[in-house]
Design a protein around this ligand. Structure first.
Ligand SMILES: Cc1ncc(COP(=O)(O)O)c(C=O)c1O
Length: 350
């Protein structure tokens, strides 16, 4: 609190990112990063960009990368909007595409940045309870609202919603933008990008932070009808015209040019996710069925806080949310085989 703060800043409740530890040798399973490095082609592309051209601003429209993403998904570059991580894309969506006078709908257990954006922009929200099995019930996303947003798979539950149910939500809200946040879609789901040509109210966001192992480069994007993309460009160009620097544009483009590396990383994470799930279930854990690169799990006899603290003492960090409905759970990012083995052994010892 300071006399120099605006009332808005005084009232903000900012997002709290997962810990980025300052000590070495921890097994880091807390922020859903990839356990593998990016493709060697990405490293080479970023290194090739380290030259005299850094004195010049990057392409404000990121045209070359938008073309690459469009070709990959079978859409047009005019349907793609780029941002500095999908968090920035989401921020522009909340500001520019949700109707601020009516409540934006999202699940009660979901990505905790959504309520933060509502607070920042003074947007009302209504949290729709997930079912007892932590699933999104599409029938609940009706009635007057300022827009709808949910991750698919949801975070931190990992639960996946089939496209037909997403279509139910789109049909129920023809005059509102429905945002599907697909940060984790590459770990076993079907992207709603296949629906954008049929639904002018659908916006899909994705990130290169998870399945393409580029959390440190900060690249995300939205796909939707060109009218929605234009709204996002209007916001972007009223805020920061150059959200992606030259290194990010080059590295992200190269990430789409190494499909073999991408597939290998995703398939390994999926196989390890199933192995970790089985091993935890054998220890008595309840593990929610996940299509993401993490699992949400609880033990009937041990509190989430106890397990998170115990793992930390063993040098393993996972995410524990002290929040309604999930305070007994741990969200565990899938790591390498040896990291996962350490996690399984650590939990067994606890
Ligand atoms: C559901 C969801 N959406 C969006 C993001 C933001 O990803 P980024 O800003 O790294 O693209 C995350 C990050 O953890 C997430 O979990």
């Amino acid at each position: 609190m300071s006399k120099f703060w605006s009332p808005l800043v005084n009232d903000l409740v900012p997002y709290v990112p997962g810990e980025q530890p300052k000590v070495a040798n921890l097994i880091k399973l807390n922020t859903n990063e990839s356990p593998f490095g990016p493709s060697p082609k990405v490293i080479a592309a970023v290194q090739a960009e380290l030259n005299d051209t850094l004195r010049l601003y990057p392409d404000p429209e990121g045209e070359s990368l938008r073309k690459t993403i469009a070709a990959y998904h079978g859409i047009t570059p005019g349907q793609v909007f780029l941002g500095n991580g999908s968090d920035e894309v989401l921020a522009h969506i909340f500001y520019g595409l949700f109707q601020h006078g009516e409540p934006v709908l999202f699940p009660d257990v979901t990505y905790s940045f959504y309520p933060v954006y509502c607070g920042l922009y003074g947007i009302e929200s209504r949290q729709i309870p997930l079912t007892d099995s932590f699933e999104i019930d599409p029938a609940e996303y009706t009635g007057p609202n300022g827009g709808v947003i949910f991750p698919n798979p949801n975070a931190p539950t990992g639960r996946y919603l089939e496209l037909e149910h997403i279509e139910t939500i789109l049909h129920a809200n023809p005059d509102r933008v429905v945002v599907v946040d697909e940060a984790y879609i590459d770990f076993g789901g079907t992207s709603a990008i296949t629906l954008v040509d049929r639904y002018p109210n659908l916006l899909v966001t994705q990130t290169l932070s998870k399945s393409r192992a580029l959390a440190g480069l900060r690249v995300g994007f939205a796909v939707g009808h060109p009218d929605l993309i234009e709204a996002l460009n209007r916001v972007k160009n009223s805020f920061n015209s150059y959200p992606l620097d030259r290194l990010a544009l080059a590295g992200a483009k190269a990430a789409y040019e190494d499909e073999a590396w991408f597939q290998q990383c995703c398939q390994t994470v999926i196989a390890e996710r199933e192995r970790v799930t089985q091993a935890l279930e054998q220890q008595g854990f309840e593990v929610l069925p996940s299509r993401a690169n993490f699992v949400l799990a609880r033990h009937p006899d041990k509190s989430g806080q106890h397990l998170a603290t115990g793992l930390r003492e063993k040098g393993i960090i996972v995410r524990h949310f002290n929040k309604p409905r999930i305070s007994e759970y741990l969200r565990i990012t899938i790591g390498t085989t040896s990291q996962n083995d350490a996690l399984i052994d650590g939990l067994a010892a606890l």
